[in-house]
Design a protein around this ligand. Structure first.
Ligand code: NAI
Length: 450
């Protein structure tokens, strides 16, 4: 649905909104396949560790203009703050204050990216654990302070160093317009798995894109977020098999014609779903996106069995059953990558959505618990939790609730289906194979359902 307020404050009512101190969301800079767009302004790399220098060298090798000290007054595309050697909380202050000193020179839709050890308090001594956790608080708060479409996110190093392939891939994702609606979030890299990718290859499309040569099955592909996922994965080079209910057959055929994909009319709750998916994918499943989902909202006091059971069956149990059946019958290809749709409702809960939130929280648990099994096949399983996304589903919300939901995000707007699709395309790619079992929120740092 169109966000008329965003159009007005970027047009005729710009000055009025400024004078009245009203929220002024900016148009986010989304994917642009021209590398020059990202390479045209300098990136400041802060931190004194050898890891910080290696990240700076990697950016230089990929054609970025790199600065190592703040204060030049130049307009910056991004700041990368590397805290990989923070042993005590006091180690953070110099770099944190340098980030602060550079914020006023950031371009619109700029990025701040922190790189730090993953907090693992159970395995760490108190001081490094405190330092690691402190970086997450800094990053999340800074995301709330970013202006004009800027974001702040973190890369967490969980037993890997900054040279891991997925750390580089995460940097390209977070620096690019593919992450326009991701803010206040963390990508945890937990293994050195993953293929090395350069910044230009990461932005390439079609036959040279990051998913070239792979086949992706997308459930619920007839409309909304699923259709955007099909388009984005196809843009990145994947062949698509779109799955949806027989009654959505015509819409599904329309989307598949557009992306040159194949259709599979199937209710994913059917007993034979896994076999039919494997057959449609050409015997083995490589990329699988569990996107199909439904809502049947009611306060729990008014909930009936059919609403509860249908939501759990479509959103959670079908994912679990299909994963298990494909796994048991060896129908997942080696290196297969699964991405599941969760929701911020599954993280924070939402009034009227006990059934939906249970299903989506369940997806997060299922994903984390399945990671080890996927790693044994050199594959991954991750989830994406969208916040408020402009779709048919959210267009049905009461107008005032919709306005409030949009403005309560740090980015002061709803996301677009393509924002969710970009995160999925990244997590489904071979360079991201060092990220496993995680859930990435795509919510503009929304405080509703957060
Ligand atoms: P949508 O309702 O527009 O599309 C869902 C698609 O899934 C439809 O084409 C539908 O026919 C298909 N589908 C439903 N049940 C199916 C079944 N049993 N078998 C096969 N296909 C089935 O939904 P939307 O908004 O595009 O959401 C997509 C996913 O993203 C869902 O899992 C939803 O829960 C999740 N999500 C959406 C958010 C939003 O703001 N729109 C926020 C958070 C999560």
């Amino acid at each position: 649905m169109k966000d008329t307020y965003l159009d007005l404050v970027n047009g005729p009512f710009k000055q009025v909104a400024k004078t009245l101190g009203l929220p002024r969301p900016v148009r986010l800079q989304r994917f642009d396949s021209t590398p020059e767009h990202y390479l045209s302004a300098p990136v400041l790399v802060l931190g004194t560790s050898p890891g910080a220098q290696r990240i700076a060298d990697r950016l230089l090798d990929n054609g970025f203009e790199v600065r190592r000290h703040p204060g030049s007054g130049e307009s910056l595309r991004a700041v990368i703050a590397v805290f990989d050697d923070a042993g005590v909380p006091g180690d953070l202050s110099a770099t944190a204050l340098e980030i602060g000193a550079s914020l006023r020179t950031l371009l619109p839709c700029a990025r701040v990216i922190t790189v730090s050890p993953a907090p693992r308090p159970e395995d760490q001594d108190p001081a490094p654990a405190a330092a690691a956790q402190a970086v997450t608080g800094l990053t999340r708060s800074l995301a709330h302070e970013m202006r004009i479409g800027g974001t702040a996110n973190g890369i967490l190093l969980d037993g890997v160093d900054v040279d891991a392939a997925s750390v580089t891939a995460a940097l390209w994702f977070l620096l690019s317009g593919k992450s326009a609606y991701v803010s206040g979030q963390f990508l945890t890299v937990s293994s050195a798995a993953g293929e090395e990718i350069g910044a230009r290859e990461f932005l390439a499309t079609g036959g040279s894109g990051p998913l070239a040569g792979r086949t992706a099955v997308v459930t619920g592909a007839a409309r909304g977020i699923g259709a955007a996922i099909a388009r984005t994965l196809a843009r990145d080079g994947a062949g698509i098999v779109g799955v949806d209910m027989p009654q959505a057959g015509q819409a599904l055929a329309g989307v598949m014609n557009e992306v040159g994909g194949r259709t599979l009319q199937l209710d994913i709750t059917a007993d034979s779903a896994a076999e039919r998916i494997a057959e449609a994918a050409g015997s083995e499943v490589d990329i699988l996106v569990h996107n199909a989902g439904i809502t049947r909202d009611r306060l729990l006091a008014n909930m009936d069995a059919s609403r509860w059971d249908s939501v759990l069956a479509v959103n959670l149990e079908s994912q679990a059953r299909i994963n298990a059946a494909l796994g048991e019958r060896n129908l997942f290809a080696r290196g297969s990558q699964v991405v599941a749709l969760a929701s911020t409702s599954g993280i924070a809960g939402n009034r009227g959505q006990t059934n939906y939130a249970a299903s989506k929280a369940g997806v997060i648990g299922l994903t984390a618990a399945s990671a080890r099994e996927f790693a044994q096949r050199s594959g991954t399983i991750n989830a994406v939790a969208p916040g408020f996304i402009e779709t048919d589903m959210t267009a049905k919300m009461p107008a005032l609730t919709r306005q409030v939901a949009r403005r309560l995000a740090s980015l002061q707007q709803g996301g677009l289906p393509v924002d969710v699709a970009e995160a999925i395309a990244f997590l489904a790619s071979a360079p991201a194979r060092g990220i496993n079992g995680s859930t990435l929120r795509v919510c503009g740092q929304n405080m509703v359902g957060a």
